[in-house]
Design a protein around this ligand. Structure first.
Ligand SMILES: Nc1ncnc2c1ncn2[C@@H]1O[C@H](COP(=O)(O)OP(=O)(O)OP(=O)(O)O)[C@@H](O)[C@H]1O
Length: 264
């Protein structure tokens, strides 16, 4: 467990254009240390583009992303990961090997012993591997995968496979975790379990979480702060109840006039 709180993640004036379409238009928000922050908005609002900027897959046309004082803007993906920002993807990418194998892949970037030392099984490399495996087991326990550590991923349920992705991202020891639709495709029981796991992970590891999620009930239950995008612009931000009551947010989701009295 980390003893110091994570630095704030600052997104400042980020703009991304794709051939004439402005996918993000001067977007700013801050993920406060140790909070769960949700990024929501209708289809095409710019949420994935924002995640891609934060994780280094997309270079913004202007604006900046900083973890505390450290500028992350336009750094390569692996560099951003080693500086403490890890992400999961909307679609499951793990399919081969055991749960343990996949979590060890997550530890790979943290390995100090070189490839040759590992291949020759030098004592330092062997010790390091053992430590990484022990930590991978701890993270498996934390994410409810302890009993499945030696199971092939291909045999797991959909919900468990999604949690392997979460656990693999946690194996990078991030300070900020970016979750792209963590409960998409899950049934009710799996959703409830994942919410519990996310709460435990945040408390035990003391990290910040930024999540994109379409399940509004889950967002309102889990997040402390919400940023709402529509057509690439930030249209609202604040606590879940404040955002939920915002007429501009209702209009964006329902296509209704801003004065309409319906809830999102
Ligand atoms: N590589 C790209 N090239 C051109 N246009 C893109 C590209 N990526 C995204 N866009 C466009 O940018 C806008 C924002 O898309 P983005 O995927 O970020 O939205 P989103 O909020 O994640 O949507 P969804 O909820 O449907 O996943 C959309 O109009 C999309 O068509």
């Amino acid at each position: 467990m980390s003893t110091t709180p994570p630095p704030p993640l600052h997104v400042r004036g980020v703009t991304v254009r794709f051939a004439g379409l402005t996918a993000l238009d001067d977007v700013s928000f801050t993920v406060a240390p140790g909070t769960i922050h949700a990024l929501i908005g209708p289809n095409g609002a710019g949420k994935s583009t924002c995640f891609n900027v934060l994780s280094g897959l997309t270079r913004p046309d202007s604006g900046s992303v900083c973890l505390g004082e450290r500028e992350l803007t336009s750094l390569p993906v692996h560099k951003i990961a080693t500086l403490g920002v890890a992400r999961t993807f909307q679609n499951i990418v793990v399919t081969a090997g055991t749960v343990g194998d996949n979590l060890m892949l997550g530890r790979h970037t943290l390995s100090r012993a070189g490839f040759a030392a590992s291949a020759l099984r030098l004592p330092r490399a062997v010790r390091e591997q053992r430590e990484h495996r022990a930590r991978a087991r701890e993270i498996a326990e934390l994410t409810g995968l302890g009993a499945l550590f030696d199971s092939p991923v291909a045999l797991l349920s959909y919900g468990d496979r999604k949690r392997v992705e979460l656990a693999r991202a946690l194996c990078l020891e991030p300070r900020v975790l970016l979750l792209d639709e963590p409960v998409a495709g899950m049934n009710g029981g799996e959703r409830a379990r994942t919410v519990e796991v996310l709460r435990t992970v945040r408390e035990e590891l003391g990290l910040s979480v930024l999540l994109v999620e379409h399940d509004m009930a889950l967002v309102m239950r889990l997040a402390e702060d919400v940023t709402v995008l529509d057509f690439g612009r930030r249209i609202a931000a604040g606590a879940p109840d404040v955002v939920q009551a915002d007429p501009e947010v209702r209009r964006a989701y329902l296509g209704a006039p801003a004065t309409e009295e319906r809830t999102p």
